[in-house]
Design a protein around this ligand. Sequence first.
Ligand code: 4AD
Ligand code: MG
Length: 466
Amino acid sequence: MCLIASISDLITGKIKVNKIISIGGWVRNRRHSKLGISFINLYDGSCINDIQIIANNKLDNYKNEILSITSGCSLTVKGQLKISLKNIQKYEIYATKIKILGWVKNPGEYPISPKKHSLKYLRKVCHLRSRTTIINCITRIRHNIALFIQNFLHKKNFFWISTPLITTLDTEGSGKMFRVSTLDLKNFRYQKNINFFKKDFFGKESFLTVSGQLNLETYACSMSKVYTFGPTFRAENSNTTRHLAEFWMLELEIAFTNLKSLMKFAEKMLKKIFEYFLNFHKDEIIFLSNKIEKNLFNKIEKVLLNKFDIIEYTEAINILKNCKEKFSHFITWGDDLSLEHEKYLTNNYFNNSVIIFNYPKNIKAFYMYLNNDNQTVASMDVLLPDIGEIIGGSQRESRIQFLDKRLKELNLSKDDYWWYRDLRKYGTVPHSGFGLGFERLLSYMTGLHNIKDVIPFPRTPYNAKF
Ligand code: 4AD
Ligand code: MG
């Protein structure tokens, strides 16, 4: 087979007009005119555009095959690239040869027929949904944003650290972890007072990680600026539009940095991502504005242009307590904010993106830096309108005596955290970091309200079919 061109190369003018080229793709739809000409729209996933193939009845397989083509068929096409006479698309291909590689069996039953499908329906056919323009589009955005972020960090002297997915520690202390075990559960007999995990693969109770942060901190304390980007697992039974059991998180960790600088960096990074998206994804934004969220461009631009409001947790609680809004949960100092509270602050009160910092220590993880008031920790959450928390982070407790005190308060074993404590014993430095939920970011940017639509194969309670 000769090397085929991508539709993206044709559309962006990388291939000269009138050249004979070969392309491969799948049929979006086709129309056969009575004059013996067929118009076939082909996509190959390389860009948002399809390309129109013009096939006439002089082709040897016109009657036998081309007239039977239906949407979903896979083809290779050889032909001449021409400027389109109609304005709908810039280029088209006059086919000299069309080879059908794969037919669609029972076209009436093809799950991705050209009619409009709801996103909900598409979740039931995850293995085929990337054939739709919308999921195809989201997938390219996901790829580009992941590359952009890593390039951005690379330019700022961050190193990518591959942190482990299997761990024995519950970083966030939520207890919502998936067990990793090779014990034979089917023939398992429980015996009191026996530590059966000793016999397990790792000789210890082990889990899929909820965050790579603790391991990442070890490298921050030697390489200064580091990040990790990978899947993260939470066995939370929350079937919401914002939660996945397996999601991708970008976590970064910076040495010699306190909470204030971290908050600045988080805002700057988010704005850089949005700026890149607006500048380099115009076609996608127009497409998504037509299909999904009308004001997508303005929404993103607003985050980009406005300075985030930065308030202390205590101030946030005062605002929420004194406002007239009827929340389903009345909130007082010491409570965690739920989405309705976050949304009130971003959408109503500030009409802006908001960073809340200095949360009470009792609602945050053990590793956060204790403030002088002994009640709050140097933590922060970045909230965007509608979606709420998108980033969570903190300055880390770098003082061994404070860390040990906190471990004790939370009934956590010092022995389990011996290596984490070593960082504080040997050349400790102030350091800070945050985690950005990658799918929450994509959901916000694309307007696809349900997080399940921005990851290829979502994992949620009772759903790991594909
Ligand atoms: O706030 P979280 O739990 O923070 C941490 O895990 C820290 N260890 C991060 C760090 O400081 N290195 O999670 C960070 C972000 C959240 O703000 C949210 O965007 C996303 O991860 N997130 C989820 N996204 C999808 N599904 C879930 N179940 C999520 N849980 C958290
Ligand atoms: Mg959080």
